[in-house]
Each structure stands twice: as C-alpha cells, then as structure tokens.
Design a protein around this ligand. Sequence first.
Ligand SMILES: [Cu+2]
Length: 464
Amino acid sequence: MTSRRDFFQMASGLAAASVGSVALAALPEPVIEDGATTRPPLNPPNGRPYHPVVTLNGWTLPWRMKSGVKEFHLVAEPVVREIAPGMKAHLWGYNGQSPGPTIEVVEGDRVRVFVTNRLPEHTTVHWHGQRLPNGMDGIGGLTQPHIPPGKTFVYEFTARRPGTFMYHPHADEMVQMAMGMMGFWVTHPRAQHPLIAPVDRDFCFLLNAYDIDPGSATPSVNTMLDFNLWTWNSRAFPGIDSLNVRLNDRVRIRIGNLTMTNHPIHLHGHEFEVTGTDGGPVPKTARWPEVTTDVAVGQMRQIEFIANEPGDWSFHCHKSHHTMNAMGHGVPTMIGVDHTGLAQKISKLIPDYMVMGERGMADMAEMAEMNMPLPDNTLPMMAGQGQFGAIEMGGMFTTLKVRADQKPGDYSDPGWYAHPAGSIAHEAAGPPPIPERAPESASPLGKPDDTNVRVRKPTGHAGH
Ligand SMILES: [Cu+2]
C-alpha cells in the first residue's frame, strides 16, 4: 500500500499523474446529480468547520476524507441540462451537470481531485486562481499531458489561500467551455479572518452563455459574441431560482464569469460592497458602495450587503440583451409599422404566423403568457410571471427575496412578497397635475420653432 508520504512524492514528481489500476480501484465513488434545482448547503461532515455556500441551481460535491486528505472525484462527461422549463441542452459538464458541482474546502486543506474523462476527446482541469505546484495547474501540453478519453488523472495540492475560485478545462478550451465545462470552488478561511466576515447566507454561481439555434440542442461552439442564451449556472430566467434570505441577514454572493463578454451585475433595493475577487479579499479601505459591479471575462467578484429591505428585489445583468432569451434575437424592429391585413395574408402561407413588435416588444411576453407556438426546444424572448403579470425578462435575471419570517437556514422560496397596504405604485386618481415648464424667457434663444423632422431625399446625382 502506498503511504501518504510516498503518494505525495509520487504526485509531486509526476505532476497530474495518471492513476494506476491499483489506485483506481480505490477511487471515491463519483457522485452524480441530474436535477437543476438549488440544493441545500452541504454541511461539512468532517474536517475543519465552515459555513457552506449555496450554489444557485446547483450543488456541492461531497468528499471522502482519507488519511487527512479530502478526496473528490470529478467525471467530465456529456450531460443534458434543462436551461429552463421547455428547453434542454446537450452540454458537456461534470458529474451529470453543467456547471459541475461546487468544491468547498478550508484554507490549509490537503485536496486530492480524481478526474475521470468520459468525453469523446482529451481534457484537463485548471484550478483558476489557486496557488499550487506548477504541474497541478492543468494546462494540457504545458504543465501535464492531456487526460485521454477513458483515463483518470489525479490532482493534488494544498488550498493555500481562502477565497472564491473556479475550475475549467485548459484543453480544446473554446469548445469545452462553449459546451458548459466549468465549476465553482470556494476555499473557506480556517479561522476568523480580518477581511472575511461571517455571513448568514453565501450564494455562488457562474455566468455562462450558449448559442443554441431554436429547434436544436447542442451549442454552436464557434460563436464568439452573438450568443442567444445568457445564463447563470447554465440556467436562463425563469429557470433561475430566487435567492431567498431572512430580513437583516448579511448576504454574500460570489459570481464568476466564463462567458466571452463582461456582465454588469445589478442588485435592486440595496447597496453592496465588493469584498473579494479571485485575487483574494479586498482591503477594507478599498471598498466602496455600489449597486452594480462589472464582472469581466475570467474574473470573480464577491459582493456583500445587509438584506434590510423586505421585498422581491430584481437581481440581474444590466445589459438588457442579456435578460432576454433565444426567440428575441434576429427579430427586425417593427415599431410603428402598420401591419393591418398583413398577418392574414402571411398566415395563409405560414400557419401560426403572428405579427410581433408593432407597438414595442412587450407583445413577446404576452406571446409566452398565451403559450403561443414556438419552435421546438427553445425559450421565448421574455417570460416569467409575477404577482402583477408578465415580468418580461429572460436570461441573466432572478430575484432576491427578503422576508422577516424566513427561518435561518431555510432556503425555500417564500412565494411573492405581500406588500404593505398603500405601498404599491398605482394609477393616479383624478386629472394629472399640469406639468411645470421653464418660462420662455428663461431660454436665451427665445421661443423655439416647431421642430420639423423631414425625410431628406437626394435630388439627383452629381455629374448627371
Ligand atoms: Cu450580461
């Protein structure tokens, strides 16, 4: 039997080593999940105690403690991920899901991760942001041989600094990340840390994006910018669960970006501070209040706030195209175009045809509400029903639900907020007041002429 010390020497000598048949027999059984709902936090059954995170529409990978080493088993494999009810995607991921499970350890933990490759091509795993031996960094060709299909490699290192990290392949990266291969990693502090506050709720998710044509299920892996599904943990609203917290909880949300563009993440009703990045905790003197923070490509941000305003607060990417789903892309702007009679003519040729966007795009939400026909396996541009009607959102959108009666440790959805009487925007009673206008004499130009907007038509071509 290989002693722990021998194994360390072997691992440090061979870097990410292929697991021999004897060691393979002793692999921890991989844990596979196939649902897409948010799992309750995994309280550590052994090792140093910590307050676990909750992975939005995801889960934490259990480990096996072996001679003081935390052993995890990741299986890289094709998966089916429900992006939202009504649409499933053929992705690649880990242990049955895209993203893979969150890995949670404690600062100072010795960690051993077995990676079994069940993909049709080779892969590796890079541990983004970690301090580790160079040979454990997971760069195929540079720091290790690739993991061939069917093989299991082992990575081993000490989680040296606490913080917010992620993992993803560094092998055929464009394809493998476009297919959904990524996961979250949290290293908790081993003791009270001067820059890491204890929190009541700690959420995490990765920003990702897919280009999946309506009617198909596999992402176009060559797409660079024009994605049609903007997702958190491979889920699009209304498939993204709400973040449910108790009034006055201190809340931390950890976000990593593995898309091809930046995402300004915006929270309603509260100010937050960015308390950490993948580089570590932010010094207190370098924190300032924000309601939006930009998460650039390859970055991680952790935000913190006291949830002291009850309600259903929007939490979303502020790029408005990133809060819509596939069926809105490529639709021409038809605002102001008179469609009278047109729909009947077209519907003789194309049954189910409907005119969209004559008054704006809000019709698109009605379309979802009325279950109008869509191509197979895609999502309406905007969807989601609130207590007052269509929410008209998709993509990177969800809600933070703050409730006085949410129990500590209870992450279940409390339903819609019961607004106190008289606190909801409502139709004004009686005639509206006359709007104030600046007096004419206040303008140095005097009274402006009526503005004429005319089409300027060319009157001829030079040289004729
Ligand atoms: Cu965005």
